[in-house]
Structure formats: structure tokens, C-alpha cells
Design a protein around this ligand. Sequence first.
Ligand SMILES: O=C(O)CCC(=O)C(=O)O
Length: 308
Amino acid sequence: MTEIWSSANSDVGRCAALDEYAKRAGADRRAIRLLEMFLREPLNRLPLTEIEYAMDQLGLADENNDVLSDAERESLDRDGYVNLGPLLNEDQLQRMRDRYDAAIVEEGASAADKTGIGRVTDTVVKPMNRDGLLDIIFMHPRLLAVVRHVLGVHLKYIGSNYHCAMPGYGHQGIHADFVWGVKGEPQVVNAVWLIDEFTEENGATGVVPGSHRLGIHPSGDLVNGAPRELNAPVEGEVKVTGSAGSCLVYNAHLWHSGTQNCTNKLRRAQHAFFGRSTRPSSTDVPAVIDRQVFKRLGRVARAILDIA
Ligand SMILES: O=C(O)CCC(=O)C(=O)O
């Protein structure tokens, strides 16, 4: 699938490669269906004029808006990520920490395959966001300005999860978040909100600046002719440290990883994911959104979530 995705820079070219592949004996039908979802149908639920309206309301209709500085745009293009600095105040942070801790007690750390990670999925559309405390996680104009810079105005929220590295845990192999490969136009932009301060010791996110431009997925990379050891440090990798309330935003082609929390405290983070309006979402928002959350959301929020 990666080969097909990377064979062209346009959907027309990718569709042609997919058609050729589908003719082969033994072609993987499930993979074909998945890729077809990306390539054949526009999957926006609302007319694109709604997200255009929302971007206009947020001052983001113009690419050259003043919500992001030129230096931030340049560093995003060059490095593949930007740390927007603290955007949440201490009161918001404390209320969020209390809410996430309560959700873990209530739901349990849901992802059994992620030992040592406290995880709650779809946080911003769940009952835990009935009062709107978490709206800022997917609606902050500075975050959306980064998404808009990478994807253009036709963007949408595709998922969110709380991600807490417990003491002693948090290490991940180096990876990139976009499944089909990392060549061509980016399709996804992700954010890590620092709910606690990120330090060199407590499991700050590791990133490889500039790796979004390599066009190589770490799992497909060869080092001295052998497959890359994904758990080994990567040359040039740095930890993104910052004060609580900061927001790290990255192009999903960027190589990155969770790192080990070597302290005896939690390292809490909230992730938010964004894609192109016409592409599939990771989360089926209409299916999972809490009725009360849905009712209180206005036109701009609904446009970002792409729900009627
Ligand atoms: O929270 C982090 O530090 C990064 C986590 C991450 O990259 C992931 O879960 O895929």
C-alpha cells in the first residue's frame, strides 16, 4: 500500500497504480478497500463552505494570517514541528489534570497493548467535555493556524486521546504517524498538548528535525544495508521540552517517539489529530460524540469536527 501511495503525487496517479495492483492474482482485497476509501470518495460530511466559514471566523482564511509568525512557519517547514509555547493557564491545567485522572479511575487505562500508558480515547467529544473545558484542545486558533499552514483551509479534527506516560514507562520505537508512507503532500497534522511540564527526564516527546522531508518511513529505512533498529536512538533526535500548557504540533511525516519517563510522577499529555476534510477520519465522530457535547457546540466547532 505504501508503494501505491508513494508511486504518484496525485490521487489520479495513485488510483491508476491501485487499479494495476488490483489486477494481480492474490492482491490484498482489504488493503485495496482501505486505500480506496482514501482515494476514491470525498468523505467530508459538511459542505466545504462550513470549514471555510470557520477558518474565516478564526482569522485563518488567509495563509498569511498573523496568528502564526513567519519564524514559526519557517521552523515548521524546515523542522516539521513547532512548539507554540504555553497556551493554557494554570487553572485550566489543574482542572484538566483532575479530569484526566478521574477518567482513568473511571474507565481504566484502556489500551492494553500500551503497557505503562494511561490512555483515554476521544476525550474532546466524550461526556468528560460536557462543560467545554477541552474545546481548546481542538479549537485553539494558534494550533489550527499550524494545521492550516500544512493542510490548507480544508481541514478537520480526526481524533484525540489522552496519553499519560507512567513512571518508568513511555518509551516508543521511532515512528511516523501517517500510515501509507511519508512521500508527497502531508495528509495529517498532530498535536501534543503538554498537560505537565516536559523535561529531559520525564518522557518528553522525541523528534528528528527535518525527517518529514526524507520521504522515508523509519520502518522502511536501511542503516548500513540492514533494517533500522526502531528502538535505538536516531542521529539528530531531540527531546521537545517545555512548560505545562505548551502545544507541540507536527507534520505526521515527522519521525518521532515517546521517551521513557524516568521520574516518579505522571507525564500527562493530550493528543489531537487533524486531517484533510475529504479524507477518512480515525474516529467516527458522529458515532462517538456525546449528545450533550454535540448540543452545546456552535457552528465553528461543528465545522472543525465536520458534524452537522
Ligand atoms: O506523547 C508522546 O510523547 C508521543 C506519543 C506518540 O508519538 C504516539 O503515541 O504515537
